[in-house]
Design a protein around this ligand. Sequence first.
Ligand SMILES: Nc1ncnc2c1ncn2[C@@H]1O[C@H](COP(=O)(O)OP(=O)(O)OP(=O)(O)O)[C@@H](O)[C@H]1O
Length: 896
Amino acid sequence: MIAPRSDAPYRRAAAEIVEELGGDAERGLGDAQAADRLARLGPNELPAARRRGPLLRFLLQFHNPLIYVLLVSALVTALLGEHVDAVVILGVVLANAVVGFAQESRAEQALAALAAMARTSATVVRDGRRLRVPSADIVVGDLVVVEAGDKVPADLRLVAVSELRVDESALTGESAPVAKDPAPLEEVGLADRRNMAYSGTFATAGQGSGIVVAVGGRTELGLIHRLVGRTAGVQTPLTRKIARFGRVVTVAILALAALTFLIGVLRGRPVAEMLTAAVALAVGAIPEGLPAVVTVTLALGVARMVRRHSIVRRLPAVETLGSTTVICTDKTGTLTHNEMTVTQVAADGRVYEVTGTGYAPEGSIAHAGGPARPGDHPVLHACLTAGLACNDAQIVREGDRWGPVGDPTEAALVASAAKAGIDTVPERVDTITFTSERQYMATLHADGTVYVKGSMERVLRMCGDRLTGDGGREPIDHGELTALAEGLAEQGLRVLAFARAELDPGTARFDAEPPALTFLGLQAMHDPPRQAAADAVRACRTAGIQVKMITGDHAATARAIGERIGLGGPEPLRVMTGAELAATGDEELPAAAERAEVFARVSPEQKLRLVKALQSRSHVVAMTGDGVNDAPALKQADIGVAMGRSGTEVAKEAADMILTDDDFASIEAAVEEGRGVFDNLVKFIVWALPANVGLGLLLMAAVVTGGQLPILPVQVLWLNMTAVLILGLPFAVEPRDPDIMRRPPRDPSLPLITRMRAAQILLVSAILLAGAYGLFHYEHGVASEAVARTVVVNVFALTLMTYMFNCLSLDRPILLRGVRRNPWVAVGAVALIGVQLCYTYAPVMHEVFGSAPLGGTAWLRAIAVALISYVLVELFKAAYRDSTGAVSRTRRPTLP
Ligand SMILES: Nc1ncnc2c1ncn2[C@@H]1O[C@H](COP(=O)(O)OP(=O)(O)OP(=O)(O)O)[C@@H](O)[C@H]1O
């Protein structure tokens, strides 16, 4: 890949590099020094993929078969001496390009803004203090700290590590994490990649620190990036499908236009007239605006989701969200606030009540109605001390509130210890960190004491006896303690168990596992459920979406919280534990996974199995996760959702969507937006296509029956420029249907345009054909050709207007309510009437477009067609609604 150079940083001693870069391997750079380097050398960003310049993007708007047709026809028209027509066509082509350019730029801007939001942050040491800064602000010489879950923000020459493992697959394709083991500061050591951590890779375990040797485009990732030059597109499966549909239709219509031309000429009609007919046909029938509308609607949907706290990382997720059938969610932080407060402590056979709220170290500990001074309750004292000793968190005062720094579970233990006046512990010399798999944490202190805390099951297994009030020990009764813990968990409390052991003072390290322990007690903490989450769960149930809780917590805690959030509705919750999951074979798992609402004591690996099991039952699964080990499940899920606040960079990178507020309600909101985007697209397409089909049919009918052309190319262009744009616009800002979350999820295998919608499109096309063709011949009999053509244009414009009202809901009549919900509908209607009056009466329009003034009865006839169309479509919708009876009624998804 990249030839190793003799001066490559991994071939040099870290100390030498630190000196050369003017850094400090302990205190890092100074703030001012870092700011200066940032200003001088620029941000730590990969050079943006070279974007096409605005001029090129504008010119590309002309790269479109329809535009070619128009340009050729402008040329032919000019050669025929019709200069006005030629200019009109060119004007329309230009306007079309401007509109397309503007829409595309808007979509790209929305997506660029998103990319900026999804940027990562990193930990640096500056002036001896650790800070979290945007990765872009990192400069060469910075001392960077990475921990499990972090993305390495720049190329680092490592100076110190502790069990650091790095997933370098982004760089090397090798998926097994690489153990990092740099040479000491002054040495070169093995002179290989183990000395380094590279930008764009992920720390999957342990931690380490290193000096930044390269940033941005100068990192190894940057070099590769330059070689590959990837450009991120705005395409999704849907936009691709629509673009393909557009291409097929375009080719078909061009062929049809050529055929029409040939038939006409063979029948002896003038070539110029047939050319005009063919051009009008091509212009009228090709749905040229469709792909742009789809892209813009998706981009607008993405922008709305940001306002509702979800950042979509991959555009296709917007489409998938609308068809989500199952949401698997974490408990802590997503369904609850992740604000832990210890409310009860069980020690020495007693249960103590702890008062106080939040993380404030203010409150008291009471037993049997009286205060319990820790001095009189040595086991209680030992249990609270263990909570403070085996702990990496702090509580800090912010204004008049106390907040946690670090793991909220641990911060709660700091607060409970403080309430008993315990605030110091012996110096710590070694640690076994907590992981969800390990389920405990252990610390070794200078006086030889080992403190352990973790889940009840795990800690009890390590305990041989328990501490008694007189300082002695007695055998433990597992059954009794388990019952005690479950009693607390059933109240929805998160229960941690505490234990300790004594080693020889001066022991410096843990051997593999902690020794046999003495049980101290339990602390149970309250984590208030989120009210918004409960509402959102209810909304999901109504929308036919199952919500499942997946948690590492105890089954009883999970069940109690699940009940409070309303996961099972009125029915009792079905809980499956990780152990049951492990005992269930791949064949039975899908059915079991579908049945249960709560999965407790589940490991991240089991999440992956669960997603696959649900998908095997044709579910579209959204899954949340925040840890390093959640990444595979997030990738496997149809919608991987990472937590913006608590999530690791690894999880965010694997996810399709990031919640900025970690709240379950935001997932529900995103699903709602996803459904809305889809709905609006369908509405727009169902509304827009009849104009194309109707115009195509009208022109073919005229040529086949040998009559005069009922509409000229410039008049078709007029309709495209006015009616289609003015009336199409309100669809872009159309609010979601109020009953959008009362429908079942969309079946992703269904086509965008179902049979019923296709029938509706054909119905309106037929009305347009009959109305325009009939009135053209009638008017032609009593008035001039110009008048007859003006009537045809007005029939199209007015019918598209009444049809817009039909399409505001695809299944319910909502004429007035629709206007109140979306005032742009009224604006569009009034504007359209305005421009049509201008078209009909302004002399300049007569010149340019060949229109003519209409009398009152001609207007009435055109209006009649529009109204008849409105009524017929409403009847059609009603008939369809009655025949299925399904549309707006709640329906639970049918479970096999
Ligand atoms: N910092 C910690 N130290 C020791 N034990 C812990 C710690 N945090 C949690 N535990 C114990 O481990 C169990 C599992 O915790 P874990 O963090 O895996 O659940 P969780 O992933 O937070 O739950 P959720 O999936 O709902 O977010 C908890 O029930 C608790 O008993």
